[in-house]
Design a protein around this ligand. Structure first.
Ligand code: FMN
Ligand code: EPS
Length: 381
């Protein structure tokens, strides 16, 4: 059993993640965790907050002398900005700060206020903020280290920002490499145009969304199951991806394009190599058939809506005065698709880790790796 939870507010003292079920005996590389944290903070179009924070993870439990013990792992990311918010975010005492009352269309503000019976929108926006994704990337970075010990790699790339599309013809998904570019895009020409689009949107007080792909490489066959709805790997991946703030669409493989062509053009035909191992010439299925990994790279595509906080605010309502007003202008990102792609990698890593642990066990790495090896041997035979 593998699970994780996060806690913390955007301008509170810290964010935490509690990760349970990582097997004992996994070597943890803290520098690598922090490298993932830094990747999430990059990206042209991020707001002022990113120049305040330098996200670093403290491991508070579950790891001893660099190795997991099988215990729950607690990860903490301190919010440097907390110091500037102690008046507004004090744990005890009486509020001295003006309430936020003008709801932002597209954010959690209005519905949250109603549902939780609050008068200050800050009580909602602090937790609905995607600052929370820092804790997910920390948890995901631990999961990635488990997956890498099992030989599995996860990469992503941005393929569309605000309608500017990267060239995605002839991508070799099995060998797609991580890139360090500003927008996590492999097409330099498209990336330059994406930057222009983000700059123009920012100057107009507007925001942009986009699309990215997360790819899982070297995935063993048969992880997930057709037996029950909640064991299907595609369901677990889609849920994980949809749980990210502002993600509004998820596709596996050809996804919505399946609707446009007949089956004869889309199902991935099977062939035998000389040694009778099976191979495919195509991967329309995106590495999953019948809710199980089929050994091809898993391709999960996600669409992020434009950021809801606009510097040229939208028409909205004030929950206190009951007047029609302009939405509140919190400091904000113009575009965060690159950051979302890093969060997407983390969520995919966490979902794949859960499915791998369901299949190969979670007590200790020696058992997991032996189980995986024996299983691979049987499958190949
Ligand atoms: C990495 C990342 C950064 C984000 N930055 C902002 C931001 O600066 N301002 C904002 O209003 N929304 C931002 N969002 C989106 C909101 O958090 C999100 O739209 C909101 O929580 C409502 O949830 P929903 O869009 O899923 O309905 C960001 C999302 C992600 C994934
Ligand atoms: C803080 C992060 O993202 C935040 C997500 C966010 C929102 O409403 O989702 C609003 C902004 O926060 P602030 O109001 O402090 O500027 C973003 O910066 C982060 O990614 O670390």
């Amino acid at each position: 059993m593998f699970r994780f939870l996060t806690a913390g507010e955007s301008h509170g003292q810290c964010l935490t993640a509690l990760v349970e079920g990582i097997p004992a005996g996994l070597k943890i590389n803290l520098d690598e965790i922090n490298r993932q944290m830094a990747r999430r903070q990059k990206g042209y179009g991020r707001g002022g907050r990113m120049s305040i924070e330098t996200d670093k993870v403290d491991i508070l439990s579950g790891v001893r002398f660099g190795e997991t013990m099988g215990d729950p792992i607690t990860l903490r990311v301190v919010n440097k900005d907390w110091e500037n918010w102690t008046d507004r975010m004090s744990v005890m005492g009486t509020p001295t700060w003006t309430k936020v009352t003008a709801a932002r269309p597209g954010h959690a503000d209005y519905v949250g206020i109603k549902k939780y019976n609050r008068e200050d929108i800050r009580d909602i926006l602090e937790r609905s903020s995607a600052r929370e994704t820092a804790a997910r990337v920390a948890a995901g970075a631990v999961a990635r280290q488990f997956l890498e010990a099992c030989g599995i790699k996860i990469v992503s790339h941005v393929i569309n920002i605000g309608g500017v599309k990267a060239n995605t013809d002839n991508i070799d998904y099995a060998n797609l490499q991580p890139n360090d570019s500003d927008l996590n895009c492999n097409d330099a020409q498209a990336e330059a145009k994406m930057r222009e689009a983000i700059r123009d949107a920012g100057q107009a007080g507007d925001t942009l969304g986009g699309t990215f792909e997360v790819v899982v490489q070297n995935m063993p066959i048969g992880v997930g199951s057709h037996i029950q709805w909640d064991k299907r790997l595609d369901m677990q991946l889609a849920g994980a991806m949809m749980s990210i703030q502002a993600i509004k669409g998820v596709e596996i493989g050809d996804g919505f394009d399946y609707a446009n062509h007949p089956g004869s053009q889309l199902h991935d035909e099977m062939f035998y190599n000389e040694d009778k191992t099976v191979y495919r010439k195509t991967n329309h299925a995106g590495g999953i058939e019948g809710g199980m990994s089929n050994g091809e790279p898993i391709i999960v595509r996600a669409c992020m809506k434009p950021i809801p906080t606009l510097m040229t605010p939208l028409h909205s309502i004030d929950i206190e005065s009951k007047q029609e007003v302009l939405a509140c202008k919190e400091r904000s990102d113009v575009c965060a698709v690159q950051a979302a792609s890093v969060v997407g990698e983390a969520m995919v890593a966490l979902a794949i880790t859960k499915a791998m642990i369901d299949k190969f066990g979670s007590d200790c790495m020696v058992d997991v790796l032996q189980n995986l090896q024996a299983y691979n041997k049987r499958i190949k035979g």
